[in-house]
Design a protein around this ligand. Structure first.
Ligand code: SF4
Length: 323
């Protein structure tokens, strides 16, 4: 009796294209590669409303006529390039007479009333882009001074916002490091303390303690003026650090709050890289990472964040290898 032959399915393969090897019907296609790492985007990151509104105002004003911004609108080269492309000039706060436009804009960082008056006296039309939360900090400090407290600002000496905060209060003390507590007036002097809006909350608490220790006999009143968007970004970073073993921080190298985010990640023992542009992300950094977090400072454009996230996904998918 004839035993029936087993049934076989025969795949007819198309002829190979010239120069290409013929695929084998027996070797299965390789499965798609699993991503090398997860990309986790912080719940709060990037441009805050204060910077967004100031940027929109600058672009609106530039469309009406020549405009000079006093200082850097934000410490982010991509934003500055975007404004320069629209013909917006920049003048140093100290070299205002060199500004070419009659209309000058105060940035979101704010300015003192004294500087504003000087610029008006120099014949400039002032457009005030001060963030409402910086304006609030000015009001809090002025109120403390009005109540008899000596003005103290926890923040970076020379930063444009701190310069604006202290400009109307001769003798104001800036505390940037613990050692600066020696600059405070004699023990017993009532001290009224506010903070630069972008300072990390832990740093403010540490410096406040240094002030208390240095002047134990001074009545001290502290008003927390770190802004909510800064606090949101710092809190979101802490959550990110719980699940990531590497973090990419996006923002201008001159951006204080961006550098603080990178420093906070490193202080928590998580590898962090600070980039301004997507092409700066190097796939070699991320070899072996399981989850890569993304955060960005308050002056970072949303499109820059999107481009960095897209590049990270491409690296995770093996589409962009280490250079
Ligand atoms: S960081 Fe805060 S204070 Fe500064 S512009 Fe943004 S919202 Fe305003």
């Amino acid at each position: 009796m004839n035993t029936p032959l087993p049934r076989r399915t025969i795949r007819i393969l198309p002829p190979p294209a010239a120069g290409l090897p013929r695929p084998s019907a027996l070797s299965p296609q390789p499965p798609p590669l699993a991503p090398r790492f997860r990309v986790v985007v912080a719940s709060h990151l990037g441009m805050c409303f204060g910077v967004r509104d100031a940027l929109a105002a600058a672009e609106r004003l530039a469309a009406l006529g020549p405009l000079t911004v006093l200082g850097e609108l934000v410490h982010n080269p991509l934003v500055r390039e975007r404004l320069a492309a629209r013909g917006v000039g920049e003048a140093s706060l100290d070299t205002l007479p060199g500004a070419t436009a009659s209309t000058v804009m105060v940035t979101a960082h704010g300015a003192s009333r004294r500087d504003l008056a000087a610029w008006r006296d120099a014949g400039r039309q002032i457009e005030d882009g001060t963030c409402p939360l910086v304006r609030l900090a000015h009001g809090k400090l002025a109120r403390l001074v009005g109540e008899g407290f000596h003005p103290v600002v926890v923040g970076r000496r020379g930063h444009v916002e701190v310069r604006g905060l202290t400009g109307d209060h001769p003798g104001a003390v800036v505390v940037e490091e613990e050692a600066d507590a020696t600059l405070l007036p004699p023990d017993g002097t009532p001290l009224g303390v506010v903070s630069q809006t972008t300072q990390p909350a832990e740093r403010v608490a540490r410096l406040l303690e240094a002030i208390r220790l240095a002047r134990p006999g001074s009545p001290l009143r502290f008003v927390d003026t770190v802004c909510q968007p800064t606090k949101d970004r710092q809190r979101a970073l802490r959550a990110l650090l719980q699940e990531c073993d590497a973090v990419v921080v996006i923002g201008g190298r001159g951006s204080h709050n961006t550098r603080q985010l990178a420093a906070a990640a490193e202080a928590a023992g998580v590898r962090a890289w600070h980039v301004e542009r997507p092409e700066e992300v190097d796939a070699a950094w991320l070899v072996g990472a399981r989850a890569v977090g993304v955060t960005a400072g308050t002056s970072t454009l949303p499109e820059t964040v999107d481009a960095v996230v897209a590049r990270l996904h491409a690296i995770a998918a093996g589409k962009e290898d280490a250079r």
